[in-house]
Design a protein around this ligand. Structure first.
Ligand code: FAD
Length: 470
């Protein structure tokens, strides 16, 4: 018996239920089909993740097949080539992922080929979590409370014992996919920070659960320090299983290796990941439309020069610029700074949240359709359970509060590195001597603010008033 395993957002051997099921029945043919719509940073990650996965399979005598084309056509052709009677996969919860899964099931059924799908991505199936009225939750806290009360993640499955591949079908070479940037090659900062692949994910996880998690609750908002798990790209590509994270954290709390304040806070952030996917399953239109319909009439402004200044980290607001430059250099931005930078684009620049979402999609190594959509709508105030639109992050105060000594700003905006910390979040208020001593020339080596905070705030609030009663 040869079972095809269609891999997508589950690039791991450990706790991969579809792989495990297939291996328990005989020979396995894993296949990964070129994904058409990833961003540049994600393609960079995917290259190394697939390279490592192919090696792990090869060590066990199994070939990871890479194929290009329409997934349904590719998979049906492969069933014919291998004369297989069984195809399995782990579910993907985006609207496109769900559509593909159900179309495939139908095609396979019509040809008498067995198909089974599994949950490898979530702690709990979105369709199992409903409120007392039988409707989906629209607020995180009751959603998560309900999940915690009913959570019973099935046990973890280990790395399967594979039977050596006996077919001689060849894979497309990974290099032919051209996933790595060439001219220019902007990936050196990404390579410095990250180790894509399952081993990299496990190493990061071990480091976090054995040490960093003890600083999580209080430290997670401090951008200059690495107090969070940094697992997001590994989770986005399915290199580590959320169930493993859940069980390890629970176990560490029970054995008192970690205190429950830190453990539960961390798990509740994993809960936001569950919630984002949950929202996408129940309200798939939120990828392109605001959850709150009032925002369909919001008077967004089209200002390409403000968008460009934001993308390039040249807004004149140091915390925003530091975040945008960290993103460009490393494919990642600290969560606190993501909120401030996103709010700045939406509320200070009055730019549609989808512009920011698209930029993040292209530049984040952890770009994830569910987390990205839900987070941008949350910041814009148009999502479920969103931060209200009128709550406008003040980029100066946020910097003064969360980057007290300015270390994060100094790292990513080196032109301000010598500036007295009292001006680091507002260089335009510094006296000429302080600026001169620090080598800061506003309008020359660092920009004046592209918008005035107070005026921008007023404009944003007026715009909000115009749709509030609609
Ligand atoms: C505007 C904006 C866009 C974002 N886009 C993405 C995105 O494309 N991909 C992405 O993974 N995260 C996104 N986030 C959420 C969050 O910033 C990152 O998940 C987090 O910074 C990743 O760092 P970490 O792994 O160290 O997180 P930790 O704090 O260690 O959290 C553990 C895991 O929980 C999940 N998580 C944490 N916070 C959130 C959240 N607010 N919403 C959903 N899941 C969360 C992530 O999978 C994360 O890896 C976005 C946030 C904002 C404000």
């Amino acid at each position: 018996m040869n079972t095809i395993v269609w891999l997508r957002e589950d690039l791991r051997l450990f706790d991969n239920p579809a792989l495990h099921y297939a291996a328990s029945r005989g020979e396995v043919t894993p296949v990964f089909i070129f994904p058409e719509s990833l961003g540049g940073a994600s393609y960079w990650w995917l290259h190394y993740s697939l390279e490592k996965l192919a090696l792990s399979f090869a060590e066990q005598g199994v070939v990871l097949l890479l194929r290009t084309g329409d997934p349904l056509t590719v998979l049906m052709e492969l069933c014919n080539e291998l004369d297989t009677q069984s195809l399995v996969w782990n579910r993907v919860y985006s609207p496109e992922g769900i559509r593909l899964g159900s179309d495939l099931k139908e095609r396979l059924n019509s040809q008498g080929i067995e198909s089974t799908s599994f949950n490898a991505q979530l702690l709990i199936e979105p369709t199992q979590v409903l409120n007392k009225q039988g409707a989906p939750f629209k607020v995180f806290t009751p959603f998560w409370r309900h999940c915690l009360a009913s959570l019973d993640p099935s046990s973890i499955v280990g790395v399967p014992d594979f039977i050596k591949t006996s077919h001689s079908i060849e894979s497309e070479p990974l290099s032919s996919w051209g996933l790595l940037p060439e001219s220019p090659d902007w990936s050196s900062g990404l390579a410095e920070r990250w180790t894509p692949g399952e081993d990299g994910a496990q190493l990061r996880w071990q480091h976090f659960i054995e040490s960093t998690i003890s600083r999580y609750k209080d430290g997670r908002d401090i951008p200059k320090e690495e107090n969070t798990s940094m697992l997001s790209p590994h989770l986005a590509f399915g290199e580590i299983s959320p169930k493993q994270i859940w069980f390890d954290t629970q176990q560490a709390m029970v054995s008192r290796e970690i205190d429950s304040d830190n453990g539960n806070k961390f798990l509740s952030e994993m809960g936001w990941r569950e919630y984002s996917r949950y929202l996408l399953v129940h309200f798939p239109h939120i990828i392109s439309q605001p959850f709150n319909v009032k925002f369909a009439n919001f008077p967004w402004q089209d200002n390409p020069s403000l968008l460009l200044a934001w993308q390039q980290g040249q807004t004149g607001y140091p915390l925003v610029d530091a975040g945008m430059r960290e993103l460009w250099a490393t494919g990642y931005m600290h969560n606190r700074v993501r909120m401030v930078a996103a709010s700045f684009l939406i509320k200070h620049c009055m730019t549609h949240w989808q512009e920011g979402m698209n930029w993040f999609w292209d530049t984040l190594v952890d770009a994830d359709i569910a987390n990205n959509t839900a987070s941008w709508q949350w910041v814009a105030g148009c999502g479920t359970d969103a931060s209200p639109y009128f709550r406008i992050f003040n980029p100066i105060l946020q910097g003064e509060r969360f980057d007290k000594d300015g270390a994060y700003i100094k790292k990513w905006v080196p032109e301000l590195a010598q500036l007295d910390v009292k001006f680091i979040n507002k260089p335009w208020e510094a006296d000429p001597i302080s600026l001169q001593l620090a080598g800061v020339r506003l309008g020359d080596n660092y920009p004046w603010p592209v918008v005035d905070h107070k005026c921008a705030r007023e404009t944003a609030l007026d715009a909000y008033k115009s749709i509030k009663g609609s």
